[in-house]
Structure formats: structure tokens, C-alpha cells
Design a protein around this ligand. Structure first.
Ligand SMILES: Cc1cc2nc3c(=O)[nH]c(=O)nc-3n(C[C@H](O)[C@H](O)[C@H](O)COP(=O)(O)O)c2cc1C
Length: 172
């Protein structure tokens, strides 16, 4: 078959979400700094690796997200990979209105972007390209610096699956 266009979906958005939710992901908080110096952060599970050489990652953001104007304009952001003991941080950066960084410990990266204390790993990126697709924008970032926090090996990542949060269990 070599059809020019996709057929109309034979499922509704609930069925689509349900099928997507079977794909377990980690959870990240992606941070940046606005022109006026204010700090921006959002919870995102759409993070993935793209390329080793050059080092590229991607993630996607809903076009309606409040943080979209800042992420569209900014050159740098940091992807923070959350640990299972950071569920409160995950929920805070997904739902809270106002200053999401109040009381949250972080250090500033070389580009002045927050790296959250306690995240398992972090990737500081210069944004390389953006793709408007459907109701999201895909961001492709070139990693300038990355790191794994001390003791990360002893801690478990936060996992999102089936609409709820889990700790992974080793199968050996
Ligand atoms: C586990 C989890 C994963 C999420 N992943 C994404 C994502 O990849 N992209 C996205 O746009 N929103 C995602 N969200 C929703 C955003 O975190 C949420 O809409 C947030 O309020 C956006 O902030 P803003 O409106 O200040 O930009 C996710 C939420 C949760 C709880």
C-alpha cells in the first residue's frame, strides 16, 4: 500500500490515550529561565533520546501550555530526570499555579537554568529545532552538559504507566 494520506482514525481520543498509557515512561521536569529572570518548569514524560553523535534529545509540549511562549523563545533548558521519591515535585510542576520553585532546592547550571537537587540525572540543552505537529510542539535539544547525581545508583526512577506512578521492580 502507498496511500498519500492517513485514514480517518477508527478510535476516539479516550481509546488513543488508553493505548498510549500502556507505554511506561520515566518522568522529567524541564526547566528554563524567562527573559525577566523568572524560573519556569513543567513536568514532561515525552522526553526521549535521539542521537549519540551529536548528543540530541527530544520532548514535546502542548501548544496551549502556559510556558509555551518562553520555551519557544529560549535557547536553553534543562531536562531533570525524577526519582521515585520526587513524586511531590512531579505533581507540583504539573499542576501548581504561581511560583513552582518556591521551597524547591536547585542549583543553577552554566546557562543559569535550574538543576533540581535530587534528580537522578540532568541534561542541559541548547535548542536545535522545533516542529509544530498537531496540538504539540516537538523540541530537539543538543546536550551541552549532563550529569548523574551522586547516589543515583541507589535510588529508583519515577515511572508513569497506565495513568499512575510506579517504582520499577528489577527482573534480574
Ligand atoms: C506524568 C506527567 C507527564 C506529563 N508530560 C507532559 C508532556 O510531555 N508534555 C506536555 O505538554 N505536558 C505534559 N504534562 C502536563 C504538564 O506538566 C502540565 O500541563 C503543566 O501544567 C504545564 O505547565 P504550564 O501550563 O505552566 O506550561 C505531563 C503531566 C504529568 C503529570
Amino acid at each position: 500500500m502507498n496511500a498519500k494520506r492517513a485514514a480517518t482514525p477508527d478510535f476516539d481520543s479516550t481509546a488513543f490515550r488508553n493505548a498510549l498509557s500502556q507505554f511506561a515512561t520515566g518522568v522529567t521536569v524541564i526547566t528554563t529561565r524567562a527573559e525577566d529572570g523568572s524560573l519556569i518548569g513543567i513536568t514532561a514524560s515525552s522526553f526521549n533520546s535521539v542521537s549519540l553523535t551529536p548528543p540530541l534529545i527530544l520532548w514535546s509540549l502542548a501548544t496551549r501550555a502556559g510556558s509555551m511562549p518562553v520555551f519557544r523563545e529560549n535557547s536553553h533548558y534543562v531536562v531533570n530526570v525524577l526519582a521515585a521519591d520526587q513524586l511531590d515535585i512531579c505533581k507540583r510542576f504539573a499542576t501548581m499555579k504561581g511560583d513552582r520553585f518556591a521551597g524547591v532546592p536547585y542549583t543553577l547550571s552554566a546557562s543559569g537554568t535550574p538543576v533540581l537537587d535530587g534528580a537522578l540525572a540532568w541534561f542541559e540543552c541548547h535548542n536545535r529545532s522545533r516542529y509544530d505537529e498537531g496540538d504539540h510542539v516537538i523540541f530537539v535539544g543538543e546536550v551541552e552538559r549532563c550529569g548523574v547525581h551522586a547516589q543515583a545508583g541507589d535510588r529508583t526512577p519515577l515511572v508513569f504507566h497506565g495513568g499512575s506512578f510506579h517504582k520499577p521492580q528489577s527482573l534480574g
